[in-house]
Write a protein that binds this ligand. Structure first.
Ligand code: SF4
Length: 328
């Protein structure tokens, strides 16, 4: 049992807090997609004969791809890998992309789960984060997806932002629970190095994160999830009716996964490797047949540390095998 992650390294604009790998220059999108398909071919043996249970298109903004581009990726995956008929196939999507027409196109692809980057239902927050969508697009995209029969939906929300008061955060939570969605990823805003936010804080243009407010909003979240019968199954992930993200859960269960595209990480049970975090270097290396990744073999001590970290992050750890030298 294994997963495939595909990193689509393009976004319409840079969110102020984001330190993922992406480019806002879409000029070489076709070439990068071609290289991703080539990498899928090159690494068809990476997970051996394992059945693929999950495919996850993340980024970046994979909802920038049109139906033909998505279908071409899925065709390549199905041609090279043994994909379960019941596979969870997730697309990370931004609300401004999820028009009714776009969702109708997505319905024709194998995608059966949407992870929508809402972050907040307030314009003030969205402007502060430099998101490409507005509040009504956030609500409309979810409504569109539900109307078209997407049943497996997750949304992302961010708390603790300088612009998010406790009242706003409570309203964001109330709005979320009123939507009848079964999965929530809720993150505390963090100021990552080299982001626009870090730059603004360094220049004194905005304050840093208020830890007390952050903690208060975390407690509000905990109270709300309990009231609504949600389960916190990982530090930032909550669900109802056992609607766990199968893909992310497989990371925490140390299952094998193949990561394709610039900056994508992979794990084959004994080593981890990560692709170069630069679209041009990735393209050049794939075209020239040179190395585009770094790799580390995991020692038993590394595996023990991973066991500890994963156990602390998740509610369930019994599926993990403690490295033998540490077994009691
Ligand atoms: S859309 Fe997502 S990946 Fe792109 S900049 Fe914003 S948070 Fe980062």
């Amino acid at each position: 049992m294994a997963g495939i992650y595909i990193h689509i390294p393009f976004c319409k604009q840079a969110c102020s807090y984001c330190d993922f790998h992406f480019s806002t220059k879409l000029t070489n999108k076709q070439k990068v997609l071609g290289a991703i398909e080539k990498e899928l071919e090159l690494r068809a043996n990476y997970i051996g004969e394992e059945l693929v249970e999950t495919v996850y298109l993340g980024g970046g903004t994979p909802s920038l791809l049109n139906q033909a581009e998505l279908q071409s990726l899925f065709d390549k995956i199905h041609a090279r890998f043994d994909v379960s008929e019941k596979a969870e196939i997730t697309l990370e999507a931004n609300p401004d992309d999820l028009t009714l027409e776009k969702l109708q196109e997505l319905k024709k692809t194998p995608i059966n789960r949407l992870s929508i980057g809402v972050q907040s239902f307030f314009e003030e927050d969205l402007r502060f984060m430099n998101r490409a969508h507005n509040s009504s697009e956030a609500l409309q995209s979810i409504d569109n997806a539900q109307k078209l029969g997407f049943e497996n939906i997750s949304i992302d929300l961010i708390f603790g932002s300088q612009t998010t008061t406790n009242e706003m955060w409570q309203k964001n939570l109330d709005t979320f629970f009123a939507l009848g969605i079964n999965h929530l990823s809720a993150y505390s805003l963090t100021i990552e190095e080299k982001t626009a936010l870090a730059h603004q804080v360094a220049k004194g243009k905005i304050s840093t994160i208020d830890d007390e407010k952050n903690y208060a909003q975390y407690l509000m979240l905990q109270e709300a999830i309990e009231q609504h019968g949600f389960e916190q199954y990982e530090l930032s992930n909550y669900c109802k009716n056992k609607s766990y993200s199968k893909h992310n859960t497989s990371y925490w269960q140390s299952k094998k996964y193949l990561g394709v595209g610039p900056s994508a990480h992979s794990f084959d049970g004994v080593s981890r490797q990560w692709n170069v975090r630069n679209n041009s270097l990735y393209l050049k290396a794939i075209e020239n047949g040179t190395s585009y990744f770094e790799k580390e073999e995991l020692s038993e001590i590394d595996r023990y540390h991973e066991y500890l970290i994963t156990s602390l992050r998740t509610v369930s750890y019994t599926h993990l095998t403690l490295p033998t030298i540490y077994s009691v």
